[in-house]
Design a protein around this ligand. Structure first.
Ligand SMILES: [Zn+2]
Ligand SMILES: [Zn+2]
Length: 351
């Protein structure tokens, strides 16, 4: 099979180079940690496929990596793990997809398959788990490779731009909702209302939940109202009713005591993020007694992903996006840091 090539923009000669954004070294966002570089087109290894990227969502995890809130695992890594593109080359023994198929490259990239967690259906906790855009180069690039076993087929009802945020924001929001153990018809509090929360809220509403959104930002509040939230308030407001469950999407530890205080007896608080600022000291009576529970959410399993993508298509989940030209990935990351993104920012590549 022919190796796909990109035209060199300088000389017009065919080369095997591509453009990619890399985190040269993590530093504050106003010092531009993301740089546009030329890289060789990656070669798909055994069991991998090469994908020509058409859209890549901008996730808060990319920002955590760029500014060093998450430790680097690979020097000069290309971030991006909400990748929608077309298969252009199959590695040795890869047979799940054909060239031309539209697939998604997600956050969870590899697990060992044999440890106690993998065997217990909890591969998200596998100590050997590897992640796209952290351990391996991701989709802020013209081309990217992925182990085929960890890629997803994209539901046909979603355009590239709308499908991209489903691959992390959507899937991890879905796992957070499961971890929150909301009873049928229960009251759910959602803290922060960005890419992940606005999709998760729709799934909860479709399942009959009463959803209360607590977030800053006028646009986010309007979106919450339009999608059917029963109430919308500021992040530091008390919930208007005792909640059966809550999810904190904002990476702000100071929200934890507030959310716990808004839970009714036996309520559960799920923390959706990979990183959170320090959690203040909790008061046992005010925040935990009466069998309230607090739990984290770590990545997701492939089963979460497959379940969620089927559900998203069936429910007709509406994904609010802000398209950004690939060339402006650095600006998109800065906008996310400043809270200036409506829904999910998605890099668009003209292929
Ligand atoms: Zn494992
Ligand atoms: Zn993500």
């Amino acid at each position: 099979m022919a190796v796909p090539s990109t035209q060199s923009r300088s000389g017009g000669a065919v080369t095997n180079m591509m453009r990619a954004w890399a985190i040269s070294h993590p530093e504050p966002i106003n010092q531009s940690p993301l740089v546009l570089v030329e890289r060789p087109v990656p070669t798909p290894a055994r069991g991998e496929v090469l994908v020509r990227v058409r859209a890549c969502g901008v996730c808060r995890t990319d920002l955590h990596l760029a500014v060093g809130e998450l430790p680097a695992r690979r020097s000069g890594v290309v971030p991006g793990h909400e990748v929608v593109g077309e298969v252009v080359q199959l590695g040795e023994s890869a047979g799940r997809f054909r060239t031309g198929d539209r697939i998604g490259i997600p956050w969870l990239r590899q697990t060992c398959g044999v440890c106690r967690w993998c065997r217990a259906g909890k591969e998200n906790l596998c100590p050997e788990s590897r992640y796209t855009g952290w351990d391996a180069d991701g989709g802020y690039a013209e081309l990217a490779v992925v182990p085929e076993a960890f890629a997803y087929r994209i539901p046909t009802s979603f355009a590239d731009e709308q499908a991209a945020p489903l691959l992390c924001a959507g899937i991890i929001g879905y796992r957070s909702l499961k971890r929150a153990e909301l009873p049928p018809g229960g009251r759910l509090g959602i803290y922060g209302f960005g890419a992940s929360a606005h999709v998760t809220a729709q799934v909860a509403l479709a399942q009959g939940a009463e959803v209360h959104v607590l977030t800053r930002g006028q646009e986010a509040r309007e979106l919450a109202r339009r999608l059917g939230a029963a109430s919308v308030g500021g992040p530091f407001d008390p919930a208007p009713v005792p909640l059966d469950a809550a999810i904190i999407f904002a990476p702000a530890g100071e929200l934890v005591p507030l959310a716990l205080e808004s839970l009714g007896p036996s309520g559960t608080l799920a923390l959706a993020g990979i990183h959170m600022s320090d959690i203040p000291v909790l008061d046992y009576q005010r925040h935990l007694f009466r069998e309230r529970t607090i739990r984290s959410v770590t990545s997701n399993t492939r089963q979460d992903g497959e379940e969620f993508l089927v559900l998203a298509q069936r429910l007709g989940v509406e994904v609010t996006t802000t398209p950004v030209p690939f060339e402006h990935a650095d600006v998109a990351l800065r906008d996310l840091a400043e809270g200036n993104v409506r829904g999910a920012a998605v890099l668009i590549l003209n292929t």
